[in-house]
Write a protein that binds this ligand. Structure first.
Ligand SMILES: N[C@@H](CCC(=O)N[C@@H](CS)C(=O)NCC(=O)O)C(=O)O
Length: 270
């Protein structure tokens, strides 16, 4: 009888460098993970900056060797992918959940003070990714992710108009409430008076939105709407010394045809 495969492995030590596997050429879904690693001063490698790094991304997606022989980790579906020692995981918020407590960017479930805090931080990150990242992506891929933007331009225009008029205010309004809530604590942060990875996710979403819908965001700022999210919180994250240094470095890639794209025809005031 075949013996059962053991998927158990010892926890990877915090000292082992992290390895991010993501497409080169744009910040994309990999960016909140980079921001977390940068803010924590973690040692990491990134296929976006490695010669031939794209081949590693492709090998994972295609389930090629040696990844096909991994007894401990299920095959990943799509990048971003994080490798840490023998652990291989994907799904952006899942990676952030793993990194959160390890990097001091979320309460640990072992903490006596706030044992459930990690779920609250995760909730905020998931909500930002739902409404200010995934739905933004759907603005240029409203019919199918498999089709180019150029094949669904008419639908994209409708989708982007609806997004800017109804969905964007709904999610910005939600985060404005979070920032004004008692649970956000002191200071400009979303939860518990301390910077967490949810803050980095929200910052990245707002930064991408400023690039993709500059007219709509400028109008909201002129009207002094959602000032906590668009101004205070955004600037507070941007001014963090390690984040500032990262944003000014070559490691920060420019927006192009990733998650946040600029199309003049979609750039409406709302
Ligand atoms: N929900 C995931 C999915 C990852 C994802 O959609 N990755 C994109 C690249 S940015 C991809 O390659 N998707 C392939 C597909 O959806 O077919 C996440 O947040 O990480």
């Amino acid at each position: 009888m075949a013996s059962p495969v053991s998927t158990k492995r010892a926890r990877t030590s915090k000292d082992v460098p992290y390895h991010l596997i993501y497409w080169p050429g744009f910040p994309g879904r990999g960016e909140p993970i980079r921001l977390a690693l940068e803010e924590a001063g973690a040692i990491y490698t990134d296929t976006a900056h490695a010669e031939g790094g794209v081949n590693e991304v492709l090998a994972h997606i295609k389930g090629e060797q040696p990844f096909a022989d991994d007894a401990a980790n299920p095959p990943v579906f799509a990048p971003p992918i994080l490798k840490h020692g023998e652990l291989t995981i994907n799904q952006t918020p899942n990676i952030l959940l793993y990194l959160g407590a390890r990097l001091g960017l979320a309460p640990s479930s072992d903490s006596e003070e706030d044992p459930d805090g990690s779920y609250k931080v995760n909730e905020l990150a998931l909500t930002a990714l739902d409404g200010l990242s995934n739905e933004v992506h759907d603005c240029h891929h409203p019919i199918s992710v498999n089709l180019y933007y150029e094949d669904q331009k008419a639908e994209s225009k409708k989708r982007a108009e609806d997004y800017v008029k109804t969905r964007l205010p709904k999610f910005l309004g939600y985060f404005e409430r979070v920032l004004g809530s008692r649970a956000s604590g002191e200071g400009p942060w979303l939860y518990g008076g301390q910077l967490t990875y949810a803050d980095l996710v929200l910052f990245q979403c707002v930064d991408g939105l400023k690039f993709m819908f500059p007219k709509a965001i400028a109008k909201l700022q002129r009207e002094e709407k959602y000032a906590k999210v668009l101004q205070e919180h955004y600037e507070a994250v941007k001014a963090r010394p390690k984040i500032k240094a990262y944003l000014e470095s070559d490691r920060r890639q420019k927006y192009s045809n990733g998650m946040y794209r600029y199309y003049e025809e979609l750039d409406i005031e709302g």
